[in-house]
Design a protein. Structure first.
Length: 178
């Protein structure tokens, strides 16, 4: 993970947060900016647009950080990303940072994709099953993708378990072709 550009930036932020005893605040801010990116088309456009100048991107991301109430270290970090034209990697950096913080707490991070939102009971049962299977605490990040039709896609580190109906139908179609 650290070999990637996003991994190196996430590691740098993580190390700075540890040095400054600010890990909880930075983690909350990173989670918050990740959620904001998922919910705001304008923010997605800001971070991904190559047309926006460095100065404009830096001003816009600083204003966004203030409006979201992000901590000072994360705000500065976002400014560095804007100045270095790395805002397009922000989503990957958020994921890498979440993995680093989970590992720091002794947890393993699992990305779970379902066709429909899972109930709290289902999430609790899934978390317990993953903890039993992996032998470690598990932090679950939920995603919803109606395109999988049903079932779950669970990614833990480099392992992927795809029990989605879409994959099963594709496998069946391939088998029927001969």
């Amino acid at each position: 993970m650290q070999a990637s550009l996003a991994g190196r930036y996430a590691r740098a932020l993580f190390d700075l947060a540890i040095e400054g005893n600010a890990l909880p605040a930075v983690e909350a801010s990173i989670v918050h900016i990740g959620e904001a990116m998922n919910q705001s088309a304008d923010l997605k456009l800001l971070v991904s647009s190559p047309v926006v100048s460095r100065a404009d991107a830096a001003r816009a991301i600083a204003a966004t950080a203030v409006s979201l109430g992000l901590d000072a270290l994360t705000t500065q970090f976002l400014g560095v990303l804007a100045t270095n034209r790395r805002l397009a990697k922000l989503g990957d950096i958020v994921r890498a940072f979440s993995n680093l913080t989970a590992a720091h707490r002794g947890e393993v991070s699992a990305d779970v994709t379902s066709a429909y939102p899972l109930s709290s009971t289902q999430v609790t049962a899934l978390t317990a099953k993953l903890k039993e299977r992996l032998g470690r605490d598990v932090s679950v990040k939920l995603n919803v993708d109606p395109a999988i039709l049903g079932g779950l896609v669970v990614k833990v580190g480099s392992r992927l378990v795809d029990s989605s109906i879409r994959t099963r139908l594709n496998t069946l179609a391939t088998a029927m072709k001969g």
